[in-house]
Design a protein around this ligand. Structure first.
Ligand code: CO
Length: 134
């Protein structure tokens, strides 16, 4: 069911500071930050030869990463995103195997303009998992 690793997401308290770390300290190329009000985050992507790192900063008062940053004030790994060919097939497979999809279970449009779902970390060896249809 799983395809490539699409990205690893890091929640960060200060996006400009995180971009400086990746650009200056690590010598990486980072995209221009993009506010996504409907997701409650501002996002920037670090381009790597084999995948991307998604830097997420809270946006607005009800950000879904606010609680994570309250527990991890310096930031940290928030989720992994794997590619799938068909989200409906993947969601049905997850349901048959007892894995909980977050929210109402329906795909939302993610940061790359493609449908995504998130799987409960309690069913995924302690890690929040995003599936993106590509
Ligand atoms: Co993501």
């Amino acid at each position: 069911m799983l395809g490539r690793l699409n990205h690893v997401a890091l929640a960060v308290p200060d996006l400009q500071a995180a971009i400086r770390t990746y650009e200056a300290t690590l010598g990486a190329t980072v995209s221009v930050p993009q506010p996504l009000p409907e997701h409650g985050v501002t996002v920037a992507f670090v381009d790597l030869p084999n995948t991307r790192i998604e830097l997420l900063e809270p946006l607005g008062t009800a950000s879904p990463i606010a609680a994570f940053l309250a527990k991890n004030p310096k930031g940290g790994m928030h989720h992994l995103c794997y590619e799938v060919a068909d989200l409906a097939t993947a969601a049905a497979h997850l349901a048959r195997n007892g894995a909980r999809v977050l929210g109402d279970g329906r795909p939302k449009i993610g940061a790359h303009g493609r449908p995504v779902i998130f799987i409960h970390p309690g069913d995924m060896v302690g890690t929040l998992i995003e599936l993106e249809e590509v």
